[in-house]
Design a protein around this ligand. Structure first.
Ligand code: XMP
Length: 514
């Protein structure tokens, strides 16, 4: 394992990801972890991330010098570089040598461990106030910039390396190569991390954590909970029970997919609770989006709790664990987020009831979404589950603008199924991040069909392109595909006489309409 010590920047996540792109397993640890604890993890190498502080600021995070003396190869980046410099007797000062953004780097030692085979001049991404003016004793300066005399250094004997810039960001043109040189050449690590390793490691860890007790897992039909469940299933088999709450707001075929495909692929114990009536009753007469979201979230937890209670009462070992499909980005985001405006009340599977105590099993905590997909595929889950586009927990309940009724849900399910079928047929599933299909249930317009006047509802297509759903743009998809979808929906779905395209980015619009 390579440890990435996080000094409080979002960069740590990206570094971890780059290390894994180099096929080396990495884990992030907080800079507050004592060095002895870091070393106890027997890391093959340690990377010190960037951070927002100045090394001279009061309460600036730091590391014990011991870290550099343990014989473990260390690579310091930006703030980490400056920490290494000061800890080992180099000079870092605030001499006004600020650099932000793309900067040309002059490599003075092209044959050095980090820079071998990379150009003498390369573009790097800088973001610093303080700068290193003298490297510690024993170190060779390997690169500089117009304003920073020491932009990279190394002590190849002690296996200590550092760069002032951010090799992990894309704008540093040879960053990945430099990082790989550290890992392979500097630290002598072999690139052999694969998703198969993750599975073996997690299976062992889950077995150890759960022992002979039982665990439960909420399934939503989404990628994360499905892969988490499949992984835990592989580890503890029949000690796991999965609970799937059918709230009646799923798209066509999705519940069956969980009931059949998931079980077929994993052999998991699945408890399906059909609560559609209950949800419909609770939603009767409600059109306000936030109220709908709150009702769905609340009912969901009630049904889920009830199912948990039933499982708790079955004979067998204690049910002490709850499996959650928490991903790495969720872990990072939940750390911050204070003071952000509540745009929408999100709800997800497995909200923890207050009075039942479970220990969490979160086997995907260290993974990014695409890695989760790879693990899912490796575990034998079908593409329909593994490659699924995001779908909100409240389901079609927030894609009907107006009151949610059974008839409207059925209508929307048909329209949505047509759109999905055509998008898949046109090979657009990867290009489009997701394509909500929305029913404007409270809007009617006049149309003409088969020589008669109609007075029906519009369906909105909302195809978006995005990286992370935080921002999005509407997808410029081919007119022919739009035409096909429009013709089919207006012909095949009763009460729909118009299809419109949403051409709003996010912001100002959100992806979902509610
Ligand atoms: P918005 O509409 O806020 O959506 O731009 C951003 C992303 O989040 C999804 N979404 C949800 N996912 N529970 C979820 O699990 C929710 O309550 C929820 N609401 C929105 C949405 O589909 C998009 O991918």
């Amino acid at each position: 394992t390579v440890l990435v010590v996080d000094f409080g920047a979002q960069y740590a996540q990206l570094i971890a990801r780059r290390v894994r792109e180099a096929r080396v397993y990495s884990e992030i640890v907080p800079s507050t972890m004592p060095v002895s604890e870091m070393l106890a993890k027997r890391p093959a190498a340690i990377i010190l991330s960037g951070g927002p502080s100045s090394v001279y600021a009061e309460n600036a995070p730091t590391v014990d010098r011991q870290l550099f003396e343990a014989g473990v190869p260390v690579f310091g980046m930006c703030y980490g570089f400056q920490l290494m410099a000061t800890a080992l007797g180099g000079t870092v000062d605030d001499n006004g040598a600020r650099e932000y953004g793309r900067t040309p780097l002059a490599v003075s030692k092209p044959g050095s461990t980090l820079f071998e085979g990379t150009p003498a001049e390369q573009s790097v991404w800088m973001s610093h106030g303080d700068a290193c003016s003298a490297a510690p004793e024993g170190f060779t300066v390997t690169a500089s910039t117009d304003v920073v005399p020491v932009a990279a250094f190394e002590d190849d004997e002690k296996k200590l390396y550092g760069v002032q810039y951010h090799p992990e960001v894309m704008h540093s043109t040879h960053g990945q190569q430099v990082l790989e040189h550290f890992l392979y050449r500097g630290a002598g690590i072999k690139p052999n991390w694969t998703t198969g390793n993750v599975i073996d490691e997690q299976v062992a860890a889950i077995r150890e954590q759960v022992g002979t007790k039982r665990a439960i897992c909420g399934l939503s039909g989404g990628v994360d909970s499905a892969v988490a469940a499949a992984l835990v299933q592989k580890a503890i088999g029949s000690q796991l029970t999965c609970v799937y709450v059918d709230h009646g707001l799923m798209r066509k075929g999705e519940t069956e997919q969980v009931e059949k495909d998931f079980v077929a692929a994993t052999g998991a114990n699945l408890k399906v609770v059909d609560a559609s009536e209950r949800f419909l009753n609770a939603l009767a007469g409600v059109s306000d989006p936030e109220e709908k979201r709150k009702i769905i979230g609340r009912e969901f937890i009630r049904v889920f709790e009830q199912a948990q209670l039933e499982i708790l009462q079955e004979d067998g070992p204690e049910v002490a664990f709850l499996v959650q499909g928490t991903l790495y980005p969720d872990v990072v985001e939940s750390g911050g987020g204070t003071g952000t405006a509540n745009i929408k009340s999100h709800h997800n599977v497995g909200g923890l009831p207050d009075d039942i105590e479970f220990e969490l099993v979160e086997p995907l905590r260290q993974l990014f979404k695409d890695e989760v997909r790879m693990v899912g595929a490796e575990l034998g889950l079908p593409d329909e589950i593994v490659q699924r586009q995001p779908f909100p927990g409240p389901g079609l309940g927030i894609r009907i603008v107006g009151e949610v009724t059974k008839d409207r849900l059925d209508l929307l399910r048909e329209a949505d199924a047509i759109a999905r079928e055509e998008l898949t047929a046109a090979g657009l599933d990867r290009e489009i991040w997701q394509c909500p299909v929305v029913l404007l249930a409270d809007v009617r317009s006049v149309g003409v069909q088969g020589d008669g006047r109609t007075y029906g509802h519009p369906i909105v297509l909302r195809p978006v392109s995005s990286e992370d759903a935080m921002t999005a743009d509407w997808t410029r998809m081919p007119y022919e595909v739009l035409a096909k979808i429009s013709t089919r929906i207006t012909n095949e779905v009763a009460d729909v006489n118009r299809v419109v395209l949403d051409v709003t980015s996010k912001p100002p619009g959100t992806i979902e309409w509610e």
